[in-house]
Write a protein that binds this ligand. Structure first.
Ligand SMILES: [Zn+2]
Length: 380
């Protein structure tokens, strides 16, 4: 089933409808109807399906995103959209992140339906997770707002190596555009270099990143125990002999959960307003700056004694939890009122890279996890 899902190229820039239609048809074959929640463009959709429960209160959502990151400019040894099994691993885009979790859930549909479930189990597939969790808000809102007894627990099957993950950082990303004035490079007083001025902003962000690394408010349970800042891309300029008019800086900030994430962003804005802009305005009125907020993935931390954490620990047969630095849809589900936890097959280190892969033993461990979930949902 994972191989079938990998064969759909669901890179976020493309429509995920072929995969959604495949899942809809597959479930229909078992008499299970799917609810489709389209995006505003009508080119992508979330999918919700319910197994058992007969309208019983509560319910457990198995949450997975259908999209994958691009393979462009990556050196793959095989076709990324044809899953290949070799030496105990399955290779292909999405094998780790996160079509194996969805594949296991779909493959077990006959077992979900074999005996009646007392607690309903729901499958929730989203679109556009990899470009800022764009699909999850409407999915979470729809399910939280269901009449009667909406589900209460969400298991997000991101690759955690089947560890029970109870916290992750948030992601705030921004696009800062500096606009100067073009001129011949030999006449600096006639122009204002957007790139040279932009470089000062990059320097400021680097200083902020250093402050965050050195700050006392660290969380040692994270592998990177401090909030991080990255400048991931800079665009600008035309030629070496032209003073550049624009410079665009793409940057992100990954706050720890439970911290005031606006403080750092406000420090950036205060710097541009109070120090950076005044230092240039005297020379050239033409310097302008605009910062657009792009992605906002909320940080996530499970509530104490969370029902979702207890369930996942039980099903995974462990009493250990972990915290991770990558983002997911968990914070969105939590904000919508669900008790949420992360647990899924695959190693995050194998995601987003060429020759993405998953150990078959991870798929087996996830299968065991879900079979225990089925037994549990049948019992109460
Ligand atoms: Zn993912």
């Amino acid at each position: 089933m994972t191989a079938k899902l990998v064969a759909f190229n669901t890179t976020s820039a493309l429509s995920n409808f072929p995969l959604i239609e495949f899942v809809t048809d597959y479930l229909k074959g078992f008499g299970v109807e799917s609810e489709i929640i389209p995006d505003p463009s009508g080119e992508k959709a979330n999918l919700v399906a319910t197994f058992g429960g007969g309208g019983a209160p509560g319910g457990i959502i198995l949450s997975g995103h259908s999209d994958v990151v691009p393979v462009k400019d990556q050196a793959w040894d095989t076709d990324p959209f044809e899953a290949i099994e070799q030496d105990g691993r399955l290779y292909g885009r999405g094998t780790a992140d996160m079509k194996s979790f969805i594949g296991v859930a779909l493959a077990l549909v006959p077992e979900f339906l074999e005996k009646p479930l007392k607690t309903p189990v729901r499958l929730a597939l989203s679109y556009d997770e990899e470009v800022g969790c764009l699909g999850a808000p409407s999915l979470a809102k729809t399910m939280a707002g269901e009449p009667g007894a909406p589900p209460t627990i969400v298991i997000v099957g991101e690759p955690t190596s089947m560890r029970v993950v109870t916290a992750h950082k948030g992601i705030r990303s921004f696009r800062t555009t500096v606009t100067g004035t073009e001129a011949h490079s030999s006449a600096p007083d006639s122009g204002a270099s957007a790139i040279m001025h932009g470089a000062k902003l990059v320097g400021f962000l680097r200083g902020l990143a250093r402050d965050l690394r050195a700050s006392k408010s660290q969380s040692p349970e994270f592998d990177t125990p401090f909030p991080t800042i990255n400048v991931g891309r800079i665009d600008g300029g035309t030629a070496v002999n032209i003073i550049p008019k624009t410079c665009t800086i793409h940057w992100e900030y990954r706050p720890l959960p439970g911290t005031d994430e606006n403080e750092i962003i406000e420090r950036f804005h205060a710097f541009t307003r109070e120090e950076w802009l005044p230092s240039y305005e005297a020379k050239s009125e033409a310097i302008k700056i605009k910062t657009q907020a792009m992605a906002h993935v909320p940080a996530y931390e499970a509530e104490p004694n969370s029902p979702a954490t207890s369930l996942a620990l039980d099903l995974a047969g462990t009493n250990l939890t972990a915290k991770v630095s990558y983002g997911s849809e968990a914070g969105i589900f939590q904000e919508a009122g669900f008790s949420t936890v992360l647990c899924g097959p695959g190693d995050i280190a194998d995601a987003h890279i060429p020759n993405e892969s998953i150990a078959i033993s991870q798929i087996d461990a996830c299968t065991d996890f879900m079979r225990r979930l089925i037994t549990r949902a049948q019992a109460s």
